[in-house]
Design a protein around this ligand. Sequence first.
Ligand SMILES: Cc1ncc(COP(=O)(O)O)c(C=O)c1O
Length: 250
Amino acid sequence: MSAEIASINGVLSDVSAAYIPATDDGLLRGDGVFEVARLYSGVPFALEEHYVRLAASAANLRLPYDEAALKSEVTAVLSEYGSRDGCLRIVITRGGIRLLLTEPLPARGLAVSLASVTYQPSVVLDGVKSLSYAANMLAGRLAVEKGADEALLITPEGMVLEAPTSTFFWVTNSEVFTPPLADRILESITRRHILTITGATEKSIHLPDLLGKIQAVSAVDGHELPVNGPMTVDLAGRLSDLVGSALGGS
Ligand SMILES: Cc1ncc(COP(=O)(O)O)c(C=O)c1O
C-alpha cells in the first residue's frame, strides 16, 4: 500500500485506486458531510468531537449513515496508517458511501497574508459541515488572485467571519477575540479548544476595526502586521500542550 490510504465502505486500498460511483449526489451536488481530523504520530486529535459534529451535520442534512461501521473502518485505516503525522478525512455521501482518506499535512508557512473576500453564509446549512465547499475554495483562489495567501471571509455588511478552511482569532491589547457562532461560522473544534485555554471573548468585528490588530497573520488587504508576536507564540505553546495531554503524552 502507498503512503496514503483509502477506505470505501470498509474496503481498503491505495488512494489512487479509490473511486465513488459517478451517479453519487455527493459528487454531483455536494450533498454529503465531512470531517478532517489531525493525526499526531498516527493518533487522531479530538476524534470523538469530530464524530459528534459529523453526526450533527448528517442529522441536519437528513443524511443517514452507519456510525458503528464508520468507526470500525476508521480503526482499520489508522492501524494500516501507522505512526505518522497527517490528516484523516471522513466523507459521507448521499449515495451511501463512507469514504476515508489519509492525507499529508497541508503546507503552511510561518504566517499568512489574507485578502478579504465577500461571502454570504447559507442559512439553510447552519450546523452542517457539508461537501458544498465550492464557495470556500473559490474564495481562496480569489484571495490568491489579489496576491494574498488565503481569504478572510467577510459578510456583505463587512463582518469578519473566518478563513475558508480555518477558524479566526485576533488579539487586541493582549485580549483574545473570535467571532461568535451566531455570525454563521463553523463550530470549529480548534476554536472550541482555543476558547477554553484562553477564555477568549466572542465578539463580532467589522473589517476596518480589525486592521492593525492581528498576530500570526502578516497582512490583511495589503496592511502589513507584526508576525509571531508573544501572544501567538504563547497560544501555540498552550494549544500544543493541550494536544499533548489529550493524546495521553503520545
Ligand atoms: C469554514 C471552516 N472554518 C473552520 C475550520 C476549522 O475547523 P476545525 O477546527 O474543526 O478543524 C474549518 C475546517 O475545515 C472550516 O472548513
